[in-house]
Design a protein around this ligand. Structure first.
Ligand SMILES: *Cc1c(COP(=O)(O)O)cnc(C)c1O
Length: 468
């Protein structure tokens, strides 16, 4: 290092000096001391490196202090926080899937803030079961004899296979050996459960005789898995739940169906294609049906299993169940969500269903409201306009469905759209859109009414990064 640079480096404040200078800043009051120290150290290191690389003189103490405040405010105190989902994907796994209804939030808060009868039978003062709080709802809503809830649907599948088929064979169609997101592959889960996979049929066609011919004395289960996030189209054949149940009954083998999303209601009146609902699958005689709590159902993350009393009872007794068990907050949210279905208010109060079924005209008017709130100069600069588009349901549900939607399209070219996208993502609140054909699209189907003003503010701030 040249003597020159060594001298200039000495003019950088020390960590302690900078911390003292920041001591009374009201913006940093909620930032824990250790985190502030780490941030100061990180910025000073970066500044030192910049000077050593010969990229200019060190910044003054005031400028460095301002940089710390800016960084701290940008990062916020909490890592996990609300974002504006402008992707149009209603069930976005990376953005937390289903939103909680006001009632679910109320129950979560009430049960979280006090002791609760989680595992206490209030009538007898004896030990109760945490599952009892949703068993009645689930059996009434699905027509099944018994129900169990665990941490998520992947856990439900694991628990079912471990209980029923450890060391034995499970017959499943090749067309249903799916991957859902990076970590969840049906064949991997089966292996981990100790079950032996017996693949039948081909990718596009599987017939009942394929299942029948694969059955041996060591067959423990016939499994049907909802293809969820993909569709085989063209020359295809799959076996219905009812046919599989008939075969299972004839050969004395239980049948399980992993429905994935598993809706409790038929969404055809709202323009969606036919999907077997949970009650229909139960009515077909399937012994065990599993589905997610936070996909189409619109509740908290959970794996729900409904089915015959004997078989669900075996799952409940499996020690694995203790490791996969659901917590009281989830149960409170799930009970409130299921209650909405029983009270026939789900379509209005469960956000997932409301977002999916909201008429295009209302989505359009939200998009126009965002556009109206942009300053005229910003609007011109970003060539902003509202256009109709198509959105996806997400969450591995209804993959071929394209929801009509309205977007605010922004940006004059690809680099404009990309830099706007990046600035919106790191803003407060973060905004996540999608880039299509060199424009940033902010899809308003998933923008909540109370987020409209905040979204417009965020766009204005991102469009003028040098201001303020
Ligand atoms: C989504 C999905 C799962 C996993 O459910 P999680 O609740 O995310 O664990 C399992 N099976 C199918 C068919 C799915 O679509």
């Amino acid at each position: 290092m040249s003597a020159d640079r060594a001298t200039t480096l000495r003019s950088l404040p020390s960590v302690d000096q900078l911390l003292r200078r920041l001591a009374d800043r009201p913006e940093l009051r909620t930032l824990p001391r250790g985190r502030l120290t780490a941030l100061v150290r990180e910025l000073l290191d970066a500044e030192r490196k910049r000077v050593l690389d010969g990229r200019g003189a060190p910044a003054g103490a005031d400028a460095l202090a301002a940089r710390v405040v800016d960084r701290a405010q940008r990062a916020g105190v909490f890592s996990l926080r609300p974002v504006i989902n402008a992707t149009g994907v209603v069930l976005h796994t990376n953005l937390g899937r289903a939103l909680m209804s006001p009632l679910a939030l109320e129950r979560l808060a009430a049960v979280g803030a006090a002791y609760a009868n989680l595992e206490l039978d209030l009538a007898t003062k004896e030990r109760g079961s945490r599952y009892s709080h949703v068993e009645g709802l689930l059996t009434r809503l699905t027509g099944a004899e018994d129900a169990l809830v665990v941490n998520n649907n992947a856990a439900a599948v694991l628990l079912a296979l471990e209980t029923l088929a450890h060391g034995r064979e499970v017959v499943v169609s090749r067309g249903e050996l799916i991957e859902i997101g990076g970590e969840f592959r049906i064949p991997d889960i089966m292996l981990r459960s100790g079950a032996v996979l017996r693949e039948v049929g081909t990718t596009n066609r599987t017939h009942l005789r394929d299942y029948a011919e694969a059955i041996t004395p060591n067959t423990a289960l016939l499994l049907k898995v909802h293809a969820s996030n993909y569709r085989v189209v063209g020359f295809t054949a799959e076996v219905s739940s009812r046919e599989l149940v008939e075969l299972g009954r004839a050969r004395g083998i239980p049948v399980m169906e992993d429905l994935g999303s598993g809706s409790l209601v038929d969404l055809r009146p709202y323009g969606f294609p036919y999907e077997p609902t949970v009650p229909e699958t139960v009515a077909a005689g399937v012994d065990l049906v599993s589905f997610s709590g936070d996909k189409l159902l619109g509740g908290p993350q959970a794996g729900i299993v409904v089915g015959g009393r004997a078989v669900v009872g075996r799952l409940k007794k499996n020690p694995w169940n203790r490791a996969l068990r659901i917590d009281k907050l989830t149960l409170a949210g799930l009970e409130a969500t299921l209650y909405a279905y029983e009270a026939s208010t789900a379509l209005e109060t469960v956000p997932t269903l409301r977002l999916l079924t909201e008429p295009l005209a209302r989505v359009r008017s939200r998009a126009r409201a965002v556009l109206r709130r942009l300053a005229p100069a910003t609007r011109t600069r970003l060539a902003a306009r509202v256009v109709d588009d198509r959105a996806q349901v997400g969450g591995g549900a209804l993959p071929t469905v394209e929801l009509p939607t309205a977007v605010v399209a922004l940006g004059r070219d690809a680099s404009d759209a990309m830099s706007l996208d990046r600035r919106l993502r790191v803003g407060d609140p973060p905004v996540i859109g999608r880039i299509v054909d060199d424009r940033l699209l902010l899809d308003c189907r998933t923008v909540l009414p109370h987020q409209v003003a905040g979204l417009a503010r965020a766009v204005s701030a991102a469009a003028e990064p040098d201001r303020g």
